[in-house]
Design a protein. Structure first.
Length: 671
């Protein structure tokens, strides 16, 4: 059936041929999704297209644009949807409410600022503003933050934000995510109370307030509740599997009058619990909306049948899910490849070599991605790519050796090798409270005259400095003393481990909101350093290889051609022709911390599912058979449990030709 626009339509343009433009599953959603509806949109199934056409269908039915609310999760997604709606109609549907939760919250609060206890011209604190205000609160409360391991403002901000967005108390968040800060609960609670009071007194909100105050308004202001719940006859929400407690409750309040709420998402791609996202929002939607209809989009337009067979098999092992089965619309291709290699260095060598082969076969570098569970898993690969002059970009982050925490630790190593390295002195000293650029310069000038690190740690120069600066200098000396104890020139791994144990590990935990990930990086740096025969060689290799980051392959590629390296979290929503998933070892992916937590373990499997469904044509799953651990030496690794549980007929096993020594002559089938 072909629909035409009514004469009184707010769009006033030609109609859209829905049956021609949509598949059967999409068409059903677009034309029949009245009342509460849950659309389970599998990977690559065209969910964005479905949402856009649903808005078009409502407009053509004569629903005024101002009565439709379309909520997305990112500004980029909001702009994309708005542009596509306009392109579909070749005009702007004036009055349509669309944007992120925070955007809509801000717009709503401006209309009812007085009811929420604010003036209409309230300000919005960005991330840096919030941190500055937290510092003011800490100073005003005279809290002693110099006590070892007290969280810094950026970490405090993450703790408070997670509490707000998850609907959990500060104490519960500390217990579950930051147990090492639990002893500071009383102080953190006071800081949070002071922070809230000062925001309100200064007529400011932060990003979280845009949700909390909006929800409060919908629940406590009858005029606001009537205005929005009655105005929005249709509420459409994208990526519902990523909603947190606040967002799901806001959706409920907005749809309480007309009950036309359409949420689109895929429980199999819910991977952001660390940000407060709650997969139970989508899993329990039918219980929360007893009359809800469930639609499924299972036709996949991205991947080959072989890729989807493997992905379907993997996710089927999750117990808490809506059962779906993705069906390919693309032609058959080769099976995914399970590649077992000797270690992480052999893994890097294989990936680099296969990337070059794919390029020769006509697949551009930008059409290939290497995905990993954690950033540290790519360290050896990045070195190998740099060695071969293969240009690459790290999506959503920096190259491994360019990250702040890696450079911090390497600064101490450089000081050990070259006591006159002023830049490294200034970097290392600046990590301590009370030591700014001026004091760092004075300290370096004083100690560089000695030229002997042992005289540095024995010097009494610090007695002439303020107490807070002296305290920082004592911490610096503690690390220097630790790496001077013994002849460590030929033990770069032990040098780095001593730096961590003597103080930097505590620094990372208090200063970085993702300290667990950064500590994993640093422990991998220890393991990486083990392969070098001297500390000097390690530093030379890192410095020289990183300097080649702008090079191209044989000078034949344009500078915009780069291989993509990305964590799986950063890769969600994207696609490439070929994907390498590296580091598929038990204890690394899935992460060891998840084994005793069924909910976290299932999220890890969803993460694997997201990784495998990013590719259109080729999928390589890599398992390094051995790895080096600083405490245990060389150990044999089992294959990831996500590989073990796959049916063996779903992949081809690739044998990588290498010269194995007797130490590596192990039974590959045992993993």
């Amino acid at each position: 059936m072909k629909y035409t626009i009514k004469l009184d339509s707010p769009v006033g343009l030609r109609g859209v041929d829905y049956k021609k433009d949509l598949n059967r599953e999409q068409y059903e959603v677009v034309t029949e999704a009245e009342g509460p509806c849950l659309v389970l949109a599998g990977a690559g199934s065209g969910k964005t297209r479905t949402l856009i056409y649903r808005v078009a269908y409502l407009l053509e039915k004569g629903i005024p644009a101002k009565n439709i609310l379309l909520v997305t999760f990112t500004n980029k997604a909001a702009r994309n949807m708005k542009d596509r709606i306009e392109a579909l109609f070749k005009a702007k549907p004036k009055g349509l409410w669309s944007g992120t939760f925070h955007h809509i919250g801000n717009r709503s609060l401006r209309l009812f600022a007085k009811e929420s206890g604010y003036k209409q011209d309230f300000g919005i604190l960005d991330e840096e503003d919030s941190l500055d205000l937290l510092k003011v609160c800490i100073k005003n409360l005279k809290i002693k933050t110099t006590e070892e391991r007290f969280p810094q403002p950026r970490v405090l901000r993450s703790i408070i934000s997670l509490s707000v967005n998850s609907g959990k108390t500060l104490e519960d968040v500390l217990k579950s995510h930051y147990p090492y800060f639990l002893r500071f609960y009383g102080s953190i609670k006071k800081i949070n109370q002071e922070y809230d009071a000062r925001k309100r007194a200064s007529n400011n909100m932060d990003y979280d307030d845009l949700l909390t105050k909006w929800l409060w308004l919908l629940r406590n202001s009858q005029s606001a509740k009537d205005r929005f719940s009655k105005q929005f006859r249709y509420v459409l929400v994208d990526e519902y599997q990523d909603t947190n407690y606040l967002q799901s409750e806001i959706v409920r309040e907005l749809s309480i009058f007309h009950k036309n709420v359409l949420v689109v998402g895929d429980d199999a791609q819910s991977i952001y619990s660390f940000r407060g996202a709650d997969v139970t929002n989508i899993l329990r939607f039918p219980k929360g909306y007893p009359d809800a209809r469930i639609f499924k989009l299972e036709s996949n337009y991205r991947s080959s049948p072989e890729i989807l067979d493997l992905a379907n098999d993997s996710i089927s092992h999750n117990e808490n899910q809506f059962k779906k089965h993705l069906r390919a619309t693309n032609e058959s291709r080769s099976k995914p490849a399970l590649v077992e290699v000797r270690d992480h260095y052999a893994q890097g060598n294989f990936v680099a070599q296969r990337v070059l082969e794919l390029r020769d076969e006509g697949v551009g570098l930008s059409e290939i991605a290497v995905l990993f569970r954690a950033h540290y898993q790519s360290a050896e690969l990045q070195m190998e790519l740099t060695k071969r002059d293969i240009p690459f970009v790290v999506r959503g982050g920096m190259r491994f050796f360019e990250q702040a925490h890696i450079k911090d630790v390497l600064a101490y190593v450089k000081i050990l090798i070259n006591p006159f390295d002023e830049i490294s002195w200034l970097r290392a000293l600046s990590t301590y409270p009370g030591i700014g650029p001026a004091y760092a310069g004075r300290i370096f000038d004083e100690f560089s005259t000695h030229g002997d690190l042992r005289r540095v740690v024995a010097s009494r120069f610090g007695i002439f400095l303020p107490e807070r600066t002296r305290s920082g200098l004592r911490g610096f000396k503690k690390i220097i003393r630790a790496i001077l104890d013994g002849d460590l020139e030929k033990k770069p791994d032990e040098v780095i481990m001593r730096i961590l144990e003597a103080g930097y590990e505590n620094y990372a935990m208090t200063h970085f909101d993702n300290s667990k990930d950064r500590l994993d990086d640093l422990r991998e740096l220890v393991n990486f350093a083990h392969t070098y025969k001297s500390t000097k060689t390690l530093l030379q290799d890192i410095t020289l290889r990183e300097s080649f980051k702008g090079e191209t392959i044989n000078g034949a590629l344009s500078t915009d051609e780069h291989l993509v390296l990305s964590t799986i979290h950063q890769a969600k929503g994207l696609e490439w022709k070929a994907i390498f998933v590296i580091g598929l070892c038990d204890g690394q992916f899935p992460h060891a911390k998840c084994k005793d937590d069924p909910a976290q373990f299932e999220e890890e499997r969803r993460l694997f599912y997201v990784a495998t469904t990013r590719t259109k044509q080729e999928l390589y799953l890599l398992h390094p058979i051995t790895r080096y651990d600083y405490h245990m030496g060389t150990v044999i690794t089992r294959k990831s449990l996500f590989l073990e549980e796959l049916s063996q007929d779903l992949y081809d096993r690739w044998d990588v030709e290498e010269e194995f020594t007797e130490d590596y002559a192990i039974d590959l089938d045992r993993g």
